[in-house]
Design a binder for this molecule. Structure first.
Ligand SMILES: [Zn+2]
Length: 80
């Protein structure tokens, strides 16, 4: 199973918290972070990971960086 990524704001972990009802809660223990302590309730760990690991802007920026690095290597080769 994919690992749950850390908070995109402070870099500290999100924590799974087992509950008596069906599903699972995710909490975040950093009072200085702009996110609330309670992140949310999810049907399953898999659903929480899918939702919380979605970082579309970060992923788009990484693709741009990768593309620019390829172009930079190419032009370094051309220019010597
Ligand atoms: Zn945080």
């Amino acid at each position: 199973m994919e690992e749950l990524k850390n908070c995109p704001f402070c870099g500290k972990p999100f924590i799974f918290q087992e509950i008596t009802e069906p599903g699972i809660e995710v909490i975040h223990e950093n009072k200085e972070c702009q996110l609330e302590r309670f992140i949310g309730w999810f049907k399953s760990k898999e659903q929480a990971i899918k939702v919380l690991n979605a970082r579309p802007i970060e992923d788009a920026l990484q693709r741009q960086i990768d593309d620019l690095e390829v172009k930079m290597k190419h032009w370094k080769g051309v220019l010597g």
